[in-house]
Design a protein around this ligand. Structure first.
Ligand code: C2E
Ligand code: MG
Ligand code: MG
Ligand code: MG
Length: 281
């Protein structure tokens, strides 16, 4: 980009940069306020178990009901929160919220619903992270296996020792781990030997063109096969079409998640949605 840029283009870029910096500062300043005013909300996106045809797990995805800007997706504030250090407070809020919401699933008859929470690198680096998670699980009496944490390959590569210690301590207590966006990060795969991971989540960029691009189809098959060889389950993210779903069924993918089934939605809607598939195991 920079090479061919004339003067006008440079100005354009620097204005963009300023605006972005200003917006980031604005968001940063508003986060504490938002936590206090309870403006964050957790949406849930159901995951379909292809073997049972039931909804046995859901991914928790944060939203921000911003007083002026409306409903904000994580793309608009999570990276700012990570850089400013606010992610720790947000992450703790999300985990408590999800733990409390588990009781709602349970009361609706889904006493084994697995709830998956995204965790980013700076959260895992906080020294008492494992202890905090364990305390929340105990306080809310979440059964072993019902809380899952989604981490990325990049996190495992950059914080290796600490990440291994944290994950090992939590898996020993029954918390499950998924590798999110699998296939997109820098990875040596060696962590798959040393860590007790449960699921590989096939990144939606591979799923998107699985019908039209033979290379993407090969990658998706390879990830499913890798997962099964290691006795892990494969979850496909971003499933938007019947053809993609059929491909994934044919290839033995274990679970699917995506707009074809349902978008992320408020807790009560997700419970209703899960009911429409019948009670799980
Ligand atoms: P992710 O964990 O990979 O979550 C999947 C994202 O894909 C979600 O975006 C979801 O709404 C979207 N998605 C699901 N199905 C489809 C589909 O069929 N098509 C398309 N195009 N997209 C689909 P969302 O909710 O905007 O979240 C974005 C990212 O923000 C998440 O990616 C996750 O990395 C992060 N995030 C979300 N909630 C939290 C949180 O509570 N804490 C932290 N640390 N990160 C979070
Ligand atoms: Mg995720
Ligand atoms: Mg993902
Ligand atoms: Mg992600």
């Amino acid at each position: 980009h920079a090479k061919g840029s004339g003067r006008n283009q440079f100005q354009f870029f620097s204005e963009e940069l300023n605006r972005t910096t200003h917006e980031r500062l604005e968001i940063e300043a508003a986060i504490d306020d938002a936590l206090e005013k309870n403006e964050f909300e957790v949406y849930y996106q159901p995951q379909l178990n292809l073997a049972t045809g039931k909804i046995e797990s859901c991914e928790a995805l944060i939203r921000w009901n911003h007083a002026k800007k409306g409903l904000l997706a994580p793309g608009e504030f999570i990276s700012v929160a990570e850089e400013s250090g606010h992610i720790d407070a947000i992450g703790r809020w999300v985990l408590r919220r999800v733990a409390a919401d588990f009781a709602e699933f349970s009361a609706a008859g889904f006493s084994n619903m697995r709830l998956a929470v995204n965790v980013s690198s700076p959260q895992m680096r906080v020294i008492d992270f494992a202890a905090f998670v364990a305390a929340v699980v105990a306080e809310h009496k979440i059964p072993a296996g019902c809380l899952e944490l989604e981490v990325t390959e990049s996190m495992l590569m950059s914080d290796t020792e600490q990440a291994i210690a944290t994950i090992s301590s939590l898996t020993a207590q029954g918390v499950r781990f998924s590798i999110d966006d699998f296939g997109t990060g820098y990875s040596s795969l060696s962590y798959l030997r040393s860590l007790k991971i449960h699921h590989l989540k096939i990144d939606r960029s591979f799923v998107a063109d699985v019908i039209s691009d033979p290379d993407d189809a090969t990658i998706v098959r390879a990830i499913i096969s890798l997962a099964h060889s290691l006795r892990l389950t494969a979850i496909a993210e971003g499933v938007e079409s019947e053809q993609q779903l059929q491909f994934l069924k044919d290839e033995g993918c274990d679970m699917v998640q995506g707009y074809l089934l349902a978008r992320p939605m408020p807790l009560a809607d997700c419970i209703q949605f899960a009911k429409s598939y019948g009670k799980g195991a």
